[in-house]
Design a protein around this ligand. Structure first.
Ligand SMILES: Nc1nc2c(c(=O)[nH]1)N[C@H]1C(S)=C(S)[C@@H](COP(=O)(O)O)O[C@H]1N2
Ligand SMILES: [Mo]
Length: 554
């Protein structure tokens, strides 16, 4: 489709101008990435901006994002931030074609937003603004170089040549009036390029653009590489030698696994363990540098390093961890064999005041998680975990130390990359998720999930195992029942119980008749309570309802 002359002219002037903006933006990001290598990964603008979007996102939208994109929500967010930056940079480029000053104001605005994003982070340090400032400064220079190259060229030349070559000085003076707003619009690079007198400037521009793109890519790659070299903690993790547990978990009994195909294994391998957190870049804390401070309403503050912590008597326990954002039938649950240091004795040593009903744990990246003191000290295996399934904690799961409390959702207990515990009161402090619409207290609700068959499955007639997992951490599961259509509920066979802190597999063999069928399940915990049929959303304190699937038997 041919373009009208007007459209063609707009494309001819605006597209190169937009390209100027986008390339300058890329140069800015590259410079910032490089600068972040000398500050920390978390200070890179793409991260600070993305993080503050996460912090500011209303929880309804966040739930939507998690539902739509699952654990890819972060990649989607980063992409959105990147696209937003490209669009804004293009606009800056177009504006700068006419009014360079306005383009520079735009760059300054982006810089200011990025600095604000860094400052707004809970774990902000002053040096975190450096990458944003470097990026804005370099971006501004790149924008000038692309839209008004003569400004920079003259800047260098005037000093050197002014005295020796009056002509150059005179040209420069003319240039100065051009830059002032009085300049007519014909000064832009795009219209100027085809001018006979400026015939050298088209290849110049191409060389400049290409140089900037290649240079930016190289600098960004170098920056990322340096960030890896400087901040990566996998070496530290490899060097951790876990202590033998003073109180090992009981050797697994046969019968914990029912051995049904496609049923979740009792212990979830680390590589398959769900990951939920707000961190765009995984906080990286070397075990050698790690310290935990216990403070607030205590008699004696405690500061403990990794060596001292892991020299204390450890326990090894199988515990099922579950996210409050797990929908009925959802995947955000797993069981691991955790190795850790019991938390209650440490708190006793600190002398937590009796009226401090909340323990706020704070992570290296500033996440805050509020846990009832009473729950941590009631005798259950609340721990500072250093091992997960026989390995040091994976970096994604909180290396070097995280909290694990059986019976509580992760957002009120399972602080990863933990560096602080503050004894306080629920009345005095709201942890991260509370002002975002989630309940301050989050005991896990009794739930169950069908793993096999899957929803909408087409099945052969005959004997079909209906199997899954049921959980009621720190209460224990006593029964799971299965219902086909509106037939009577049938008692499923339960796997041997590991502990009341873990989920329990179940299976019921169904003699499947042809036709469409509905299958649903419900669990009963050891307090005698059967899961409610009433459906509740994940917010504010966990989903309820019976997991229900539809299948067709042929
Ligand atoms: N530092 C930090 N710890 C955190 C979170 C977080 O966002 N940041 N998320 C919590 C939530 S909501 C859950 S469900 C668990 C998930 O732990 P996992 O990723 O090891 O499965 O971690 C908890 N600990
Ligand atoms: Mo969670």
């Amino acid at each position: 489709m041919p373009l009208s002359p007007v459209a063609r002219r707009i494309v001819r002037t605006h597209v190169p101008a937009a390209v100027n903006g986008v390339v300058a933006g890329g140069v800015a990001v590259a410079a910032a990435e490089f600068a972040a290598a000398f500050v920390r990964r978390e200070a890179a603008p793409l991260v600070t901006v993305g993080q503050s979007v996460i912090d500011q996102t209303p929880h309804a939208l966040k739930n939507y994002a998690v539902r739509q994109f699952g654990t890819h929500d972060k990649a989607v967010l980063q992409l959105a931030v990147g696209v937003g930056l490209v669009v804004f940079a293009a606009v800056i480029g177009i504006v700068a074609r006419r009014w360079l000053w306005a383009g520079l104001v735009g760059v300054g605005l982006l810089g200011a937003v990025t600095v604000a994003a860094a400052v707004s982070r809970p774990a902000f340090r002053t040096s975190d603004v450096i990458p944003a400032l470097v990026g804005a400064l370099v971006g501004a220079l790149a924008l000038i170089a692309l839209t008004r190259p003569e400004l920079l060229r003259r800047g260098g030349r005037v000093a050197a040549e002014h005295a020796a070559e009056p002509g150059a000085g005179a040209a420069g003076t003319t240039g100065t009036t051009e830059v002032a707003d009085a300049a007519p619009p014909r000064l832009d690079v795009a219209t100027r390029a085809p001018e006979p007198g400026a015939s050298g400037s088209a290849p110049d521009r191409r060389t400049l653009l290409l140089g900037m793109v290649v240079g930016a890519a190289g600098v960004a790659a170098l920056g990322r590489w340096l960030q890896n070299v400087r901040f990566d903690v996998s070496k530290s993790r490899e060097n951790v030698v876990l202590p033998a547990p003073a109180a090992p978990a009981p050797t697994p009994q046969p019968g914990i696994e029912l051995g049904v195909p496609d049923l979740s294994p009792h212990i979830t391998p680390n590589k398959d363990f769900y990951r939920i957190d707000t961190a765009l870049v995984v906080p990286e804390v070397r075990a050698e540098d790690w310290k935990l401070r216990i403070h607030g309403m205590v008699d004696r503050e405690i500061e403990i390093d990794f060596k001292t912590l892991s020299a204390r008597p450890t326990i090894e326990r199988d515990i099922t961890l579950c996210c409050v954002s797990n929908e009925v039938g959802g995947p955000y649950i797993g069981t691991a064999r955790w190795l850790g240091v019991p938390l209650a004795p440490l708190l006793a040593e600190a002398g937590v005041h009796p009226d401090a009903d909340q323990l706020v744990s704070r992570s290296h990246d500033g996440m805050t998680i509020g846990t009832p003191t009473a729950v941590v000290t009631d005798g259950r295996d609340a721990m500072l975990a250093i091992g997960m399934n026989g390995e040091p904690l994976p970096i994604n799961h909180g290396f070097p130390v995280r909290m694990v409390v059986p019976g509580l959702y992760g957002y009120v207990s399972a602080c990863k990359w933990i560096v602080e515990i503050e004894a306080t009161r629920f009345a005095d402090y709201d942890a991260y998720w509370v002002p975002r619409g989630w309940s301050a207290q989050g005991p896990i609700k009794t739930e169950s999930r069908i793993d096999t068959p899957t929803n909408m499955a087409k099945l052969p007639r005959g004997r079909i195992p209906v199997a899954g997992v049921a959980w009621a951490q720190h209460k224990g599961i006593d029964a799971v029942e299965v219902q086909i259509d509106d037939e009577p509920w049938q008692k499923a066979t339960l796997a041997v119980e590991d502990s009341i802190d873990t989920w329990r597999q179940f299976v019921w063999y169904w003699d499947a008749r042809p036709g469409p069928h509905r299958i649903r399940i419900r669990a009963t915990d050891r307090t005698g309570q059967t899961q409610t049929e009433k459906e509740a959303t994940v917010d504010p304190d966990g989903a309820t309802g019976w997991h229900t699937i539809s299948v067709v038997v042929t």
